[in-house]
Design a protein around this ligand. Structure first.
Ligand SMILES: Cc1cc2nc3c(=O)[nH]c(=O)nc-3n(C[C@H](O)[C@H](O)[C@H](O)COP(=O)(O)OP(=O)(O)OC[C@H]3O[C@@H](n4cnc5c(N)ncnc54)[C@H](O)[C@@H]3O)c2cc1C
Length: 271
């Protein structure tokens, strides 16, 4: 055990899972601090890892100062405003012997960069089409290397799609010249994977889109795909949260409309 009394910075899934694990190992997790005004991991993990163990979560809070010389003795927590600036008068000393930083996973793409693969600055992973092919013909990417997934089931599904697409490439079952339709992140959408649709893939099966929202909407929402003017497909959801990946399929029956579109746009709006 690296310590006995912890403060955890970051409310992502790993920070929350670590809070539970440390508690089960006999440590005391004093609190979890999150700079954003909302949870950044899954609600399920908040309930099962923090609430069930009575660990407090402080949103819009960060660590201002670490106190101690040879060893951490305390941290100074502070509330922040919407521009992440400390709110005067909110600083509190929290005694602890360890500060655990859990402030975000980034896809590891050293090999992809070396291969000349185009990287999306938002996901920090390769720019892929719906067959998970990158801009370098014959290089495919799927899983946490593309974007950080919350659930392994989606990674499995992406792996199957990438494998199918790579097999088609190996069998030369596709046009040399690729024609892509770009996906545009519209209202309240931070990013979409895939970043583009290969027109050649508009043959069989639905096209699966995955996205994260920028801001939480704690009310009924529409997640809608359009060509910029006309709706192509949409689905309702009870809420939209940045910590939870939203999945949406474009059904095969919409392929004619998709094929004619210059671009596809996704918006997440109040219902
Ligand atoms: C702490 C944590 C808890 C999670 N809990 C859950 C959960 O409870 N339920 C759930 O559904 N999902 C969970 N997830 C999410 C899920 O585990 C991931 O989304 C999933 O494992 C990603 O699969 P992957 O194959 O893309 O990557 P990984 O599982 O990370 O596999 C990548 C593999 O590639 C290897 N590798 C990397 N670079 C190279 C290289 N250059 N050469 C050769 N090999 C290389 C790595 O060693 C690793 O074995 C969790 C994730 C984390 C981090």
């Amino acid at each position: 055990m690296p310590g006995r009394n912890f403060v955890i910075l970051g409310s992502g899934d790993i920070g929350m899972i670590m809070a539970r694990r440390l508690t089960l190992e006999g440590a005391k997790v004093e609190q979890v601090l999150e700079v954003m005004p909302y949870l950044t991991g899954l609600t399920r993990n908040y309930v099962q890892c923090l609430m069930d163990f009575g660990i407090p979560l402080h949103l819009s809070h960060t660590v201002n100062r670490i106190i101690g010389n040879r060893r951490v003795e305390a941290v100074e927590s502070v509330q922040v405003d919407e521009r992440w600036q400390p709110v005067p008068g909110t600083a509190r000393i929290v005694p602890c012997d360890t500060l655990l930083l859990s402030v975000g996973l980034i896809p590891e793409n050293e090999l992809s960069r070396k291969a000349g693969v185009k990287i999306d600055p938002i996901t920090a992973g390769p720019w892929v089409d719906d067959g998970f092919e990158t801009n370098v013909p014959g290089v495919f990417a799927a899983g946490n290397v593309v974007h950080v997934y919350d659930l392994v089931d989606w990674v499995t599904e992406a792996g199957y799609a990438a494998g199918k697409s790579a097999a088609r490439f190996a069998l030369r079952e596709r046009e040399k010249e690729r024609r892509h339709i770009p996906m545009i992140a519209g209202q309240n959408v931070r990013y979409i994977v895939p970043q583009e649709i290969d027109k050649e893939n508009l043959k069989d099966g639905d096209i699966r889109l995955q996205l994260r929202v920028t801001q939480p909407l704690e009310e009924l929402v529409w997640i809608e795909v359009s060509d910029g003017e006309n709706s192509i497909t949409r689905k309702g959801a009870p809420y939209a949260r940045p910590g939870e990946i939203i999945t949406l399929s474009i059904p095969q029956r919409a392929y004619d409309q998709v094929a004619k579109a210059g671009q596809l746009r996704v918006d997440v709006t109040k219902r």
